[in-house]
Ligand binder design. Structure first.
Ligand code: FES
Length: 106
């Protein structure tokens, strides 16, 4: 069975940064070959989805970037900019290391 891991990116900012972040994440997943992962012997697919407010607005529309949450991991990131996509994909999805500088403690 293939498990689906979803990155929900808020696009509720006037700047449009959330859309740009989602696009950058999709591009990085493709470039780094991580759209499909093998984690603990199980297959996973990674999908990036845009959504409305995640109730993390302090780290979203009040800053330079967007908020996003990773399901089912329960990890939230804030003020994510398109330039952060490579680190989120490579470090977090690829190597399983939380990107501490962007992580939000809820
Ligand atoms: S506006 Fe993005 S989390 Fe609320």
């Amino acid at each position: 069975m293939t498990q689906i891991r979803r990155l929900f990116v808020c696009t509720n900012q006037k700047s449009g940064v959330g859309e740009a972040v989602a696009k950058a994440l999709k591009k990085e997943l493709k470039m780094q070959g991580l759209k499909k992962l093998l984690v603990g012997g199980e297959r996973q697919q990674v999908r990036v989805q845009t959504c409305n407010c995640l109730d993390l607005c302090k780290q979203c529309k009040k800053g330079p970037g967007a908020a996003l949450v990773v399901y089912p991991d329960g990890i939230a990131y804030g003020n994510v900019r398109p330039a952060d996509a490579a680190a989120l994909v490579g470090e977090y999805l690829g190597r399983g290391q939380v990107v501490k500088r962007l992580q939000i403690e809820e």
